[in-house]
Design a protein around this ligand. Structure first.
Ligand SMILES: Nc1ncnc2c1ncn2[C@@H]1O[C@H](COP(=O)(O)OP(=O)(O)OP(=O)(O)O)[C@@H](O)[C@H]1O
Ligand SMILES: [Mg+2]
Length: 235
């Protein structure tokens, strides 16, 4: 394992009863790097994000952020240390405005209110800033969730299926934004079903099935890997 990894997860496991949702998964990420996390429904992608971001405590394994052991820390502690995530199903405070939602995230992690403004500007939501978050459509809620996480000034960001629910133009915009973030030094893990979208972002993917890592390497080679093809095509 390289010592300079910004994020490393070592052999993380999590079971729910007899179901092994995540089974000994390891992952390394450097600053400025995007890693894709791919797998069929229920393969454990979100659970892995939940383990790394502190929502769930792993049964086994370690999470290191810039070499510091952060396993078992709560999400707000990790957010203050620069590790944050977006949610597959965003849950903004519906009655608060877009602006207030972003500011709350900044406040919570001791960032300046300007961070929140910048984050909204970055995702293009400034024109909707005074709207109640509950009035946004699915795509806009996803962008707000991205802004919320960016308002906490992350060094590592785990993005859970941001693209689902976005139209082609929004998808293009989001891909551009994620590349800009990586360009500024953030490390990103991007969970995604849309491989064409992922292909715009990264060449490195990790493929999960039934909680296990079945492939790690180039996306172009993954689509020719026998096991990956069987899992995706149900062969
Ligand atoms: N809190 C929980 N309690 C019980 N089972 C859970 C819990 N969270 C996840 N699971 C189960 O763990 C497995 C992996 O779920 P997970 O949400 O991580 O999959 P996923 O790869 O993100 O799927 P999708 O592509 O549909 O988002 C599933 O069988 C799911 O039902
Ligand atoms: Mg999921």
């Amino acid at each position: 394992m390289s010592s300079e990894a910004l994020l490393s997860a070592h052999s993380l496991s999590k079971s729910f009863g007899s179901l092994k949702a995540v089974d000994a998964i390891s992952l390394e990420l450097s600053g400025g790097e995007i890693v894709g996390l791919v797998g069929p429904n229920c393969s454990g992608k979100t659970t892995l994000v939940n383990l790394v971001s502190g929502l769930y405590r792993p049964d086994r394994g370690e999470v290191l952020l810039a070499g510091r052991r952060v396993t078992g820390m709560a999400p707000h502690q990790l957010a203050r240390l620069g590790l944050n995530r977006t949610f597959q199903v965003p849950k903004p405070f519906h009655t608060l405005t877009v602006h207030e939602n972003a500011r709350l995230a900044a406040f919570y992690t001791r960032q300046s209110p300007e961070r929140a403004e910048e984050a909204l500007e970055f995702v293009g939501l400034t024109p909707l800033a005074e709207r109640p978050a509950g009035s946004l459509n699915v795509g806009q809620q996803k962008l707000l969730d991205l802004a919320r996480s960016l308002a906490t000034a992350p060094r590592v960001l785990l993005v859970d299926e941001l693209a689902a629910g976005l139209g082609p133009r929004e998808l293009e915009l989001v891909a551009e934004k994620l590349l800009t973030l990586a360009g500024s030094g953030l490390g990103l893990v991007v969970v995604e079903h849309l491989l064409a979208f992922l292909n715009q972002l990264t060449s490195r993917v990790l493929v999960m099935n039934a909680g296990m890592k079945i492939y790690e390497g180039k996306l172009s080679a993954a689509v020719e890997d026998r096991q990956v093809v069987e899992v995706f095509l149900g062969g």
